[in-house]
Design a protein around this ligand. Structure first.
Ligand code: NAP
Length: 549
């Protein structure tokens, strides 16, 4: 039987994929500017990652007063955060508040997956195919998929998972109803941000928790605390200054940068600086000195400090040793926790080092490593995502001459973008926080706002100047990619295997797809490019003349 929706064609000025921070703001700006805009969202509600990541203990690792939109003073002042690092339900409530307040839902289609987006050069339009067969066409295609998305969760291909008699869940696609852990033997695989947030909470409820750790982490105390009404009022009174500082900082959160090298201080001075940063909590430790990510010796001073803290917190020295990381501090995404290391002092928690004794298979009863079988009722995969390119490459996106993004990027081996916003061969397509933009190395909602505003200004410019298509130039993107790699290679980031480098996904080509030059300089650069009539892009007016920039 043919699906009646299959022949239905709708045309919009812009189609946006995803209704997280990116999609919501993109919709708002384009609609305000008078563009017909439709957002497609796989979930049954707004929120993106915050809609899906409902695992116990999920919370933000940017301070809440900066983890929001600052394009509207009114909006900012109408919302009050409860604490420094709020839990997932509160962030989801915030995004629902934004959607309601800006009346966004009427242009969002929920429960809808975009399967493909193909560019038709004969009419300069994108044809977008939805999971139910519906076809949509749009002049502009904007991806607001996030760098880590539910469509790119990583569940390692362990033998026997299908035979497991218990239940299993991925942290990034957690059930919406409460998972009852009482009396259960729970296994958590993975000790990244998700694992480290969920482990202390699961340990309090489960009968027994077994943590399968491959790489120990430099987790820092979050230093979470409730906000007082007076504090929240002060942030509202200082809205303009807060918004300015967010946009003008290197990572979207003001007040963190140091201008000193760790090696300028004596060991005693460093100890004091690190103690203060540890006490302050959050990301302070990462920014205690300005060379922790570029100088191995400096980095080692911070790494040593954290290892000594782990030794102090964890009572059993053999467990403490297993928990001590050896890679360069902060070259994997920094993790913040609440009572993570303390959790290993509990009697109902076992730590299994799967680097030494790897997981061999999932059995009907649990997990077998090369040394032992662990019987479990529930397995939690806190095993991360195919980040950066994964969310984009999961959709069949084809540009000019039918070339797919997958082919163009050689399945991830040759990712080229211009500014992380666009890629040649894909006219009128824009990526919010795309590969090779500053994206995840900071407080992401700020990176999102900078991109969304740039894209919206750009689309307005195209309309005002009667430009039909806009496309990144090959040379501009090659130079940009080279610049991104050179910057990455001048740091310690590329010396560590992580999801930043693609090393977490077996067979995924390596590459560091995040621009390391900082949010504020990047934002200035893309604004200058816009002012300069979008140099590095080819703009083709309606009449067919071509402006090469
Ligand atoms: P992740 O950082 O990639 O961590 C995945 C964990 O799973 C790692 O410990 C990894 O070990 C382990 N793992 C993967 N495959 C494995 C295998 N086959 N066998 C054993 N262990 C395996 O993923 P995540 O914790 O979901 O975090 C991803 C990112 O999401 C974060 O870096 C952060 O940007 C974001 N996030 C943010 C928040 C927040 O804002 N608070 C919360 C959650 C997530 P290896 O290290 O050895 O690869």
């Amino acid at each position: 039987m043919t699906n009646p929706k299959q022949n239905q064609i709708n045309t919009y000025d812009a189609v946006v994929i995803g209704a997280g921070f990116s999609g919501l703001y993109m919709l708002h700006l384009l609609r305000e500017a008078g563009f017909t805009t439709r957002v497609y969202e796989k979930g049954n509600g707004v929120g993106g990652a915050w809609y899906w990541s409902r695992y116990p203990g999920a919370r933000c690792d940017s301070e809440s007063i900066y983890y929001n939109f600052v394009f509207s003073e009114e909006l900012y002042k109408e919302w009050s955060w409860s604490s420094r690092y709020p839990e997932q339900p509160e962030i989801l409530r915030y995004l629902n508040f934004v959607a309601d307040r800006l009346d966004l839902r009427r242009d969002i289609q929920f429960n809808t997956e975009v399967r493909s987006a193909h560019y038709d050069e004969s009419i300069n339009k994108w044809h977008i195919q939805l999971h139910d067969g519906t076809s949509i066409s749009a002049k502009y295609l904007i991806t607001g998929l996030g760098c880590l998305s539910v469509n790119a969760t990583n569940v390692p291909n362990f033998k026997g998972l299908d035979q497991f008699e218990g239940k299993w869940y991925h942290t990034g696609a957690w059930p919406h109803e409460k998972v009852d852990l009482r009396g259960k033997r729970v296994g958590v695989i993975g000790t990244g941000s998700s694992g480290i947030q969920t482990i202390p909470v699961i340990a309090q409820e489960a009968a027994h928790l077994t943590v399968f750790q491959r790489t120990p982490q430099y987790s820092l105390p979050a230093g979470n605390h409730p906000y007082t009404t007076e504090f929240i009022q002060r942030t509202k009174d200082n809205f303009k200054e807060i918004a300015r500082q967010m946009h003008e900082s290197m990572g979207g959160q003001p007040g963190l940068a140091s201008d000193r090298s760790a090696l300028e201080d004596t060991p005693e001075q460093r100890q004091k600086v690190y103690e203060a940063a540890w006490e302050k909590g959050g990301a302070a430790m990462m920014f205690a000195y300005n060379d922790l990510l570029t100088n191995e010796e400096a980095n080692e001073t911070a790494a040593n400090f954290i290892r000594s803290k782990i030794g102090e917190i964890v009572k059993d020295p053999s467990i403490a040793e297993k928990l001590m990381p050896t890679y360069h501090f902060a070259t994997k995404r920094i993790v913040m926790d609440t009572n993570y290391f303390e959790t290993y002092n509990r009697e109902n928690v076992t730590l299994v080092d799967v680097k030494n004794a790897p997981i061999v298979e999932i059995t009907p009863k649990g997990i077998r490593t090369t040394e032992e079988e662990y019987e479990l009722d529930i397995i939690v995969f806190a095993t991360g995502y195919d980040g950066m390119t994964g969310p984009l490459l999961k959709i069949d996106i084809r540009g000019k001459e039918g070339v797919s993004l997958k082919e163009k990027w050689d399945n991830g081996a040759q990712v080229n973008t211009y500014l992380g916003l666009a890629t040649s061969g894909f006219p009128n397509m824009f990526m919010v926080t795309g590969p090779e933009s500053p994206s995840v190395l900071g407080n992401v909602p700020v990176a999102i706002q900078q991109h969304v505003e740039w894209i919206s200004d750009c689309i307005n410019y195209l309309r005002e100047n009667e430009i039909e298509t806009m496309e990144a130039n090959v040379e501009a993107e090659q130079n940009w990619s080279k610049h991104c790699s050179e910057l990455a290679d001048s740091t310690l980031y590329t010396k560590t295997d992580s999801w930043y480098t693609g090393a977490n996904i077996p067979g995924k080509p390596r590459g560091f797809l995040i621009y390391l030059g900082g949010y504020a300089p990047y934002n200035q650069m893309i604004k200058d490019i816009a002012k300069n009539n979008y140099n590095g892009f080819t703009l083709t007016p309606h009449k067919g003349e071509i402006y090469l920039n």
